[in-house]
Design a protein around this ligand. Sequence first.
Ligand code: PLP
Length: 397
Amino acid sequence: MNSSLMSVYARAPLAFERGDGVWLHPSDGGPPYLDCVAGVASNALGHCHPVLVEALAAQARKLWHVSNMFEVPEQNALAARLTGACFADTVFFTNSGTEAVECAIKVARRYHAAKGAPERQTVIGFSGAFHGRTYGALNAAGNAAHLEGFGERMPGFVQLAIDNWQEAAKAIADPRTAAVMIEPVQGEGGARVMLEPFLRKLRQACSLRGVLLIHDEVQSGMGRTGKLFAHQWHEDVAPDIMAVAKALGSGFPVGACLATHAAASGMASGSHGSTFGGNPLGMAVAIAAFDEIANPETMAHVSAVAAELREGLKELAQAYPEVIAEIRGKGLLIGVRMVPENRAFIAAARAQRLLVAAGGDNCIRLLPPLTLTFAEADAVLERMERACRAMPTAAAA
Ligand code: PLP
């Protein structure tokens, strides 16, 4: 199986022919799976949401692609929505999260170069971060396993321990520092929430030292935590630059780098580009998705259903302490730190027709669509319990 594909993925032996909301129907005709992977936090409105299907189909009948040699009015429409909803003034559209991160790094370095300080290149990242698989993103996160065999580390990137304020303050004060990059809630790292005081101190120190603050909200953004962007839970922590993707296209590959006018002041004609970024198909879907997600009712629902899920998971953690060590995360970016190996639990959950994702720190992640109903949340908890019971380590509750 998959013999003509590059063997970079440890895929589950499962294929699907159809998706419908939170349900995925396997190709073998068996019963559907309850999908709490959601395309790794991408399918924010579930599979084949009728509004998105209609937006895509309508655009597909009109125009697919023209490139950025021409005006793409849909880009303006989506950029207006995004900038109207957060700190940013200006947007560059990409096809993926890692491209949005690359753009963020380039925006930050160009800002300093244009101000006559080209030596300001260092991008400070944090342990446990994940920013994508292109070279800049890999070097910004500094995960040794992801970098191994790909040549020398790129200069101009350092990683610090999370929550070590002294170290961060020193690095930010270094005159070669261009930017700080952080996920307000780490996704791949295991649904780790950055503490508000740390985010605020980062913001203040960056402002004081003329360093740009980049938030990677590729996973935490677009409603997943119950606010449109995770940093919006807190006052006075907003970044200068932000990478988003995943739920932005809600299953269609769309990403974006957002910035203030000041932060983007170094970007001029020719300084960046993309053939497909902001293509009309992606924009049509993302506009429709934005209008659904940014609806205050959707955000209120995320918080309510997430609270119910979290409560149920805490009860499970009490009933199965041999299986569940900790519940963490924010909104519907939920991390469950496991006692047994997380991959073993993922297989046990799959046997219960529940799909969950792995995460760092031996976590599993529950990343259901934001549209998950309360009844579906109960079904998630029932299947989680059956998976807990099926673990060899579990004592009967
Ligand atoms: N940044 C974060 C926080 C992510 O979680 C991811 C993907 O998981 C990326 C960047 C990279 O996004 P993509 O896989 O679309 O390149």
